[in-house]
Ligand binder design. Structure first.
Ligand code: ATP
Ligand code: MG
Length: 415
């Protein structure tokens, strides 16, 4: 126990001893730089959950870290050098190690901080957002818990390090991080002091860029059960600032109970109460990429599926919407209460099992029958496609061509 009473030590985890990690640690140790695991990987490992990127902290300044890694031929990218962060990339498949120099925030203004690299481990823990994110781990597994994160982790308490209002004033993004970590690690009604501070300071979120808001919202929506944290955000007046369209928590809650897999965009569509134009405006405000914007826009009413219609109508809807959109809409309708779980199961099965056949006729077939190129070609083709769909996609090329000739003959008779 190293003479230290009750020092907690955990069994080194596979990610701590794998060659890539050991290589990074050895590079730092060769230069005499102390190193500890910090942040999310420590927290997740203590809970026995899978870890993401590995965060490492060290007293060595960033340029020294770069030098030591390069000496060992480890790839290093100066990702956030002003904040003291460099990223080492090692292993196969490659892992990212975010290596941050112990730091203190000298001055903070909104989202930007001026930092000093003369901090000790305690100061580094003190500048982190939540106690559960401020636990550090020696390479041998010894746990350092300066701010009581372990107890909070066990009790499912997401608690700010220090005074919540002060910490939010330093960096308003922490409001959204609070609810996201609530969703992942919290329980019950959350931390009353944290929530009181978020409530008072929610208006500051208007200063945050659309991208930052979007990034946090999408991550929150991707958690196993976002509804509880979103409910808190609604009660605390936070949701009204960042996502005023979020008026359908009930539908989101239902969706999370019936969806086969979580999907942040589909969940967002369930949460917001908008028409197509509203969805596009929302997506543009949050600076979503165009494919995400279009997908969200396609998941608004009117929805294009009638759950009670027969299988031929379902196949037509599936053909027109495409399998992904059909599944999304079926799930949203079920979350809305528009169909039973059993009916949803049937429609999802249909969408998974059925591949629409290719329409066997083209514009060339129309012109080959003497119709001059022009809008008339498309109109005739659409008419044949309608007919083909209504016959449940069973008509082959010959039958479609016969139908085309029939339409043309009928046209000639009336003209
Ligand atoms: P995730 O699993 O989402 O990556 P994480 O805890 O690793 O969780 P990161 O955003 O990767 O979160 O940040 C790593 C660590 O840096 C956090 O655990 C926290 O200690 C600290 N941190 C990150 N953002 C902030 C912030 N805005 N204010 C204070 N500390 C922060
Ligand atoms: Mg992380």
């Amino acid at each position: 126990m190293n003479g230290k009473a009750h020092a907690l030590r955990i069994e080194p985890q596979p990610w701590m001893i794998e060659p890539a990690t050991q290589g990074v640690l050895a590079a730092l140790a060769e230069g005499g730089a102390e190193a500890r695991f910090v942040g999310g990987s420590v927290r997740d490992a203590l809970l026995g959950r899978p870890i993401g990127d590995i965060d490492i902290a060290t007293p060595a300044p960033p340029d020294r870290v770069i030098e030591l890694l390069q000496k060992r031929r480890i790839k290093v990218v100066p990702t956030g050098i002003a904040h003291g962060t460099v990223t080492a990339i090692a292993g196969s498949p490659p892992r990212h190690f975010e290596i941050t120099t112990l730091r203190r925030d000298v001055e903070t203004y909104g989202r930007r901080a001026r930092v000093a690299f003369d901090a000790d481990w305690e100061a580094d823990a003190a500048r982190r957002d939540f106690t559960i994110n401020a636990i550090s781990l020696d390479p041998d597994g010894t746990v350092h818990d300066a701010v009581g994160g372990l107890a909070d982790l066990q009790a499912r308490r997401v608690r700010f390090v220090g005074d919540p209002a002060t910490r939010i004033a330093e960096d308003v993004l922490r409001i959204l991080r609070y609810y996201r970590f609530e969703a992942r690690f919290g329980g019950g009604l959350g931390d009353s002091q944290a929530r009181a501070a978020c409530r008072v300071m929610a208006v500051l979120l208007f200063n945050l860029s659309g991208e930052r808001v979007a990034q946090e919202l999408v991550r929150l929506l991707g958690t196993a059960d976002p509804a509880r944290a979103l409910q808190m955000m609604a009660e605390d007046g936070v949701l009204a600032v960042v996502l005023p369209e979020a008026r359908r928590l009930d539908r989101l809650r239902n969706l999370t109970e019936i969806e086969p897999e979580p999907d942040a965009v589909r969940r967002l569509a369930a949460l917001v109460d908008v028409d197509r134009a509203g969805a596009i405006a929302l997506a543009e405000r949050l600076r979503f990429a165009n494919p995400v914007r279009d997908r969200l826009g396609g998941l608004t009413p009117p929805w294009g599926i009638d759950p009670s219609a027969d299988i031929i109508a379902q196949r037509r809807a599936l053909y027109r919407l495409g399998a992904e959109r059909y599944r999304d809409i079926a799930l949203l309708l079920a979350a809305e209460g528009a169909m039973s779980r059993q009916r949803l199961g049937e429609l999802l099965m249909l969408a998974n099992a059925w591949t629409p056949p290719a329409f066997p006729t083209s514009g060339r077939d129309v012109t080959a029958l003497g119709v001059p190129p022009g809008p008339r070609v498309g109109e005739l083709l659409d008419a044949v496609r309608e007919w083909w769909e209504a016959r449940d996609f069973g008509a082959d090329r010959e039958a479609c061509l016969a139908q085309l000739r029939k339409l043309l003959a009928a046209e000639e008779q009336t003209s």
